[in-house]
Design a protein around this ligand. Sequence first.
Ligand code: C2O
Ligand code: CU
Length: 576
Amino acid sequence: MGLPLLALVCCALMAWQHCAAEAAKARHFKWEISNMFWSPDCEEKVVIGINGQFPGPTIRARAGDTIHVQLKNALHTEGVVIHWHGIRQIGTPWADGTAAISQCAINPEETFTYRFVVDKPGTYFYHGHYGMQRAAGLYGSLIVDVAEGKEEPFKYDGELNLLLSDWYHESIHTQMVALSSKPFRWIGEPQSLLINGRGQFNCSLAAAHTQGANQCAAAVNTQCAPVVFPVQPNKTYRLRVASTTSLASLNLAIGNHKLTVVEADGNYVDPFVVDDIDLYSGDSYSVLLTTDQDTSSNYWVSVGVRGRLPKTAPALAVLNYGPNRASKLPALAPPATPAWDDYDHSKAFTYRIRARAGTPPPPATADRRIELLNTQNKMDGHIKWSINNVSMVLPATPYLGSLKMGLKSTLAAARPAETFSRGYDVTLPPPNPNTTVGDNVYVLAHNTTVDVVLQNANALSRNVSEVHPWHLHGHDFWVLGYGDGAYRGDAADEARLNLRDPPLRNTAVIFPYGWTLLRFVADNPGVWAFHCHIEPHLHMGMGVIFAEAVDLVGKVPNEAVSCGATATALMAGAHM
Ligand code: C2O
Ligand code: CU
């Protein structure tokens, strides 16, 4: 509590801004990762937990603090890494926590220490980034408050945290085998949606409102008991909402309450008021809610599926207006989720997101444009997702170390394509569905401004085009615009771009059959993943790698390179 003495002395002597910087803290955490029995939706399964908890512990820090997580892998036979989603890792690319990209997976019984600065306030989360471990429950919240002495640009009286996820009853091992097998076996829709790791399978808390639904047995199991958010009347709350789903796109609404969106992915946005918000996997938002409704009632917080025909019941939590009892059933039925395929509703929401005044504007022009066509393909009887017709596979030796050491053999000689045929018809299945695998590594020169055009297309079956939320590591990007159909870069497309107040984000969606244009500055040397945040899609190859000014990366800690060809080179006396 309060500023350390040194900082107080410094405050007396120096300008307040300097003082705030001095107050930055080191925050130490000791984590052990293990498999454990847990009942996220009241059915007992195995999850990957941290220190015996699911979801993992919430990290709370202030902007400028340094986080130290000493992570011990206590899984029996699997490696593990943790990615700090939304944290740019400026100057610490080896702490990004991506297996085969930024570091070697941490072996069972081994320990790795993540040290990094959380430089920007906002709502973030962390998660496993090796195979599909995120979908096994390896995630938690990471919340960064403004630096000591600074203020948020909006006021609120209290805060509620909602980490949203989806949950499958099949193990991730079964899921990975299914997705990789020949013939392909689709894993289907998740069994449950979870709020802060809790859901209820095959029963509804709101059964009293819905004919024919099973009433949930009185919450005997605290692991899946409904989440209750206690609030007081006539106050304003900041809800921090993040989605770490494996597959599902979500919509969140709270009975009778409006939501004011103020933050997206750790960046302030121009506030706007909505009835509900969409969240794609990888998104985070802060919304303000004022408890100005009838105080004699509680209200449902409802989270439902968008973008895919929902086969998963909405997740419910209770907004508990004091002094009502938490167990008092809301008088109103839970708000209905908009129709899953009402993309106009989704677009209306997404297009309203603008940067708050004061957000750095994008450079007026780009030095390079990379166009990425997203297609679903076949390879030798397997189903893959491809980018410009190449499906990403990861190497045995992580890129950061191998590129830094100049072990060039780890990169294929052929550079990935920067564009795709203008004649490609995005409204039809691929005319030649055959694809290949490759590393999809784009080498970026320091400080270049890069435009990325993400082009969606028809999948293998006719009249199917899915939503894909793309997430960039190591950077925020400006979302310059969205459009329907094929991007042509003509005057009409140019007119759709917003260079005045585009939002800064780390995740952006491509709508079915549409395109999204992003701009970022390659000002953070490292090797960064850029991929669809849907776990099965990434597993099936939907991603690329940006190898950015690797010669300017500082000394990579040995523990990040102690595997594969970099371990051999280290033993032979190579220097990082
Ligand atoms: Cu949250 Cu590479 O992912
Ligand atoms: Cu995808």
